[in-house]
Design a protein around this ligand. Structure first.
Ligand code: FUL
Length: 496
């Protein structure tokens, strides 16, 4: 066999594996596209926030900045218990509040005295960032940091000197603790604080003060794979609420714009309410992260133990409205005063895990006969494109029409209540509207409708028994590229 022959064979295998269709036409890309960094982030789907600082001990949500370092004193800090709980729950990463608005640093920063190094905990020799990041490595999950731009402790807050301080701290975090998968830039800038004893209100021009472009450069240089989160991305946008939901229409594309009173869209200055839906044909690939706390507050409070921890049912609903709408879920699990995840939180989290394991355990489409076409059923398609659990292979029919029907005939009748779809996003998000129908023996009956699909879409409906089911893609910006489909029977919730 000569080299040319081998190269041609190799090329054909690649074409086949990547799902290029039988006519050989490669689909065109459409609109804004994800970067490699964003594609890797999409695949995580769920990870956790760890809100932990002096507030954990002072029973506050926003520390004023005048808390004595001695206040921070977890009695039984256990990074393995915290991270191990997340790992067991199937979470793929943890984002730690290295510094919240109160300015207290969970690592012994060389740029301030206001940190763990002056606390009683481990006689000032402790480093929470080190312990959590090491535990993440041990347990095989990713590590990320939250570093509050607003600092109510720092005397220079509001001046350029503080921005320099902020960047120095960021450098410490980005160079001292291994690979960082996400950096969280909060938009909150409340005004009043301790500020080195001045106890006053400090207003900043949030459009320009932080000069985010320069900070971003540091991140790209030191941690090129880290995805940057803020109200305005650039890698991940805020979903715009803390209630744990995104919208049925949820575009990964987005064009952040400044809200009234601001000149530039950055952390804390965008029309953040637009995050829930994103923008069709938005200028940038900037998918949403849904961040929500398992408790009422972001930090641990004894008073929330009895009835303010979200139930398994609530967590399931949150999952479907975040991951199920193509966003990621960043669920906050605040360590308690011991420095461990509270038993109620971990019990409910494991309830979510058990629910998802049970639901995902069988994809009824896996052994189905699949056919597709513009009005259904004309072309047989093999399962490797749609049900091989590989986002890299995808189906499209190669013609330039945007409405498509995919029909699945199961081996035998099954009961199910959820349909999953994924688009092949490396070439852009396309689908605007689709529905799911089942064949009741005589006619097709609509079960559920959805707007966008994107990275992943889960549509839940009342349990149904059927042998034939179809997806109608009713409208799309360009020819739809479908990477994966799934049909599942998730357990029933206690309360509907
Ligand atoms: C907000 C903060 O003010 C909250 O305390 C919390 O950290 C949340 C995730 O972001 O903007």
């Amino acid at each position: 066999m000569n080299k040319l022959y081998l190269s041609v064979c190799f090329f054909l295998v690649i074409v086949w594996v990547t799902g290029c269709n039988k006519t050989g036409e490669a689909p065109e890309k459409y609109g804004a596209l994800p970067s490699e960094r964003q594609l890797a982030w999409h695949k995580l789907e769920n990870y956790a926030f760890l809100h932990f600082t002096v507030n954990t001990f002072t029973d506050k949500e926003w520390g004023y900045g005048d808390e004595a370092e001695s206040v921070f004193n977890p009695t039984d800090f256990d990074a393995d218990q915290i991270v191990g709980t997340l790992k067991k729950a199937g979470f793929k990463g943890a984002i730690l509040t290295a510094k919240h608005h109160d300015g207290f640093c969970l690592w012994p920063s060389m740029f301030t005295e206001h940190s763990v190094k002056n606390s009683k905990w481990k006689n000032g020799k402790g480093d929470v960032v080190r312990e959590i990041s090491d535990a993440c490595k041990r347990h095989g999950i990713k590590f990320g940091v939250y570093l509050s731009p607003w600092d109510r402790n720092h005397a220079d807050y509001g001046t350029p000197k503080y921005v320099e301080y902020y960047r120095n701290q960021l450098r410490e975090l980005l160079t001292g603790y291994g690979e960082i998968f996400e950096i969280w830039f909060d938009g909150a800038n409340g005004g009043d604080g301790y500020y080195g004893g001045k106890r006053e209100v400090r207003k900043i021009d949030a459009s320009n003060y932080y000069e985010w472009e320069k900070t971003l450069k540091i991140v790209r240089e030191l941690q090129p794979n880290a995805a940057v989160f803020s109200d305005a991305g650039p890698d991940i946008r805020w979903v715009g609420n803390e209630g744990g939901y995104s919208n049925d229409t949820c575009w990964a594309t987005y064009t952040p714009s400044p809200r009234e009173g601001f000149t530039r869209a950055w952390a804390g200055t965008t029309k953040d309410w637009e995050g829930e839906k994103g923008h069709m044909n938005g200028k940038y690939w900037m998918p949403a992260e849904t961040d929500v706390s398992i408790r009422k507050g972001w930090f641990y409070h004894d008073s929330e133990n009895s009835d303010k921890v979200k139930s398994v049912d609530s967590l399931v609903k949150i999952y479907f409205k975040s991951v199920g709408n193509g966003t990621s879920l960043n669920l906050n699990l605040p360590p308690d005063k011991r420095g461990k995840i509270h038993p109620t939180d971990s019990t409910n989290l494991m309830g979510l895990k058990a629910y998802l394991d049970e639901g995902y355990k069988h994809n009824f489409l896996a052994d189905s006969k699949i056919s597709a076409g513009e009005n259904g059923g004309s072309v047989k398609i093999s399962s490797y494109e749609l049900t091989d659990s590989d986002d890299e292979t995808y189906w499209y029919n190669g013609k330039n029409t945007n409405a498509k029907v995919i029909t699945f005939e199961l081996e035998k009748e099954a009961e199910f209540n959820c349909f999953m779809l994924k688009e092949y996003i490396p070439l852009g998000q396309r689908v605007k509207s689709f529905s799911i129908e089942v064949f009741d023996g005589e006619k097709w009956k609509e079960m559920a409708r959805g707007a966008t699909i994107g990275y992943k879409r889960l549509l839940k409906f009342p349990p149904q028994k059927a042998k034939k089911i179809r997806v109608l893609i009713k409208d799309a910006l360009a020819t739809p590229l479908i990477a994966e489909t799934g049909l599942y029977r998730f357990p029933d919730l206690k309360r509907k």
